[in-house]
Design a protein around this ligand. Structure first.
Ligand SMILES: *Cc1c(COP(=O)(O)O)cnc(C)c1O
Length: 386
């Protein structure tokens, strides 16, 4: 069995944290525990604290240990989806009358959850461009916020926010600072080390990495907040099932390798699109003319696998999105296969007409780990037919 001192490097943690071999058989891969209940050694005599599948499951514990180790946090919690994780956090922290200060380009479902599910229970939401720390400071002076919530890089415009600067401002104003780290993944960016209080993930994306399991996670240091969020996980019950937890664990073992290839391929795709006459504008933090390039170079280990691009008009963007063959037209992102998305009518349809609306000329590419020449040829062919 490995000792915690052996698990210093990120890649080592991804493979080994929470993954000790089975003590009874020596199986190198820990078994998937499907049991919903646990035999007690006398009333209340629980082995390792396991009692019932909603309150705890060893496969879920393995994933939660792995997630905490990757983000460098004290505690991990795993949920049935990214939004279930967000809901657990929000309802653990907020009371009626509290407000959330939200980045103006966060995941549409996050905005929908806060405004339409929690709104009727008395939770307010304000939206600000988090790249502009002066605007954030002014917004927090204007009225306190209980939570400051940011996504960086953001979706779909790949805006980069200074997490350390934002954490200082948030803490000065008494707010909890939350980073949705889904786009970067812990392989490229670790927000707790930059000063954030809580990291949120849709593990459906890069952590799972194979487009075959929906899940979400929280990672945090604070013991009291962990106990509240864990109570919420238990009392509401949006937990990951054992097979979901295991698939996510398996995906995570190759996270670092995948993120490296996603980033290399995305850089090549961004450069190709930026040089193409039919593409008006490319958003990718790895391009030197991206406004967040320098900040991203400091804050991230690489620039990630998402590229967005503006075509001449909405009609061209739609035709481009429907014209690729390897890049499949589908929602979601972060899997090994390349996906194409038309945000205005697909992923971001729920924020049409709000402050979070996206340009109609925009397509978003989730660049996979295929041979880069094949990806570029696919894009070239689709652009040629516009
Ligand atoms: C997909 C996504 C979510 C929501 O996660 P689900 O697993 O779909 O519930 C939250 N944040 C970001 C950035 C996402 O991409």
């Amino acid at each position: 069995m490995s000792d915690p001192a052996d698990l210093r490097g990120f890649e080592t943690r991804a493979v080994h944290a929470g993954q000790a071999f089975d003590p009874t058989t020596g199986a190198v891969i820990p078994p998937v525990h499907f049991s919903t209940t646990y035999a007690q050694d006398g009333i209340g005599g629980l082995r390792e604290g396991y009692e019932y599948g909603r309150s705890g499951n060893p496969t879920r514990t393995a994933l939660e240990t792995q997630l905490a180790a990757l983000e460098g946090g004290a505690h991990g919690l795993s949920f049935a989806s990214g939004l279930a994780a967000e809901d657990a956090l929000l309802r653990s922290v907020l009371k009626p009358g509290d407000e959330v200060l939200l980045g103006d380009d966060v995941y549409g479902g996050t905005y929908r959850l806060i405004s339409r599910v929690l709104g009727p229970w008395g939770i307010g939401v304000r939206v600000v461009d988090m790249r502009d720390l002066g605007a954030v400071e002014a917004a927090l002076k204007d009225r306190p916020a209980r939570i400051v919530w940011v996504e960086t890089p953001s979706n779909p415009l790949l805006h980069i926010t200074d997490v350390a600067g934002l954490a200082r401002l948030g803490h000065d104003a008494g707010a909890l600072v939350v980073v949705d780290n889904t786009f970067a993944s812990p392989a490229l960016q670790q927000p707790l080390a930059l000063g954030a209080d809580v990291v949120v993930h849709s593990t459906t994306k890069y952590l799972g990495g194979h487009s075959d399991v929906v899940g979400g996670a929280l990672v945090l240091d604070d013991d009291a907040l962990y106990e509240r969020a864990k109570f919420h996980q238990f009392a509401v019950g949006a937990v990951s099932g054992p097979l979901d937890a295991w698939l996510t664990t398996r995906g995570i073992k190759t996270l670092a390798l995948r993120m490296q290839r996603h980033s290399e391929n995305a850089q090549a795709v961004a450069e190709f699109l930026a040089g193409h006459p039919k593409v008006a504008r490319v958003h990718y933090p790895g391009l030197v003319d991206h406004p967040g390039h320098e900040l991203a170079s400091r804050q991230m280990r690489a620039f990630g696998g998402i590229v967005s691009a503006e075509l001449a008009d909405a009609a061209s963007a739609r035709r481009f999105a429907e014209g690729t063959r390897l890049f499949q037209l589908a929602e979601s992102l972060g899997g090994v296969e390349s996906l194409m998305n038309y945000p205005d009518e697909m992923t971001h349809a729920s924020v049409r007409g709000t402050a979070l609306a996206v340009p109609e000329e925009l397509v978003r590419l989730s660049v996979g780990i295929e041979s880069v020449d094949d990806l570029l040829a696919d894009l070239d062919r689709a652009l040629a037919s516009l």
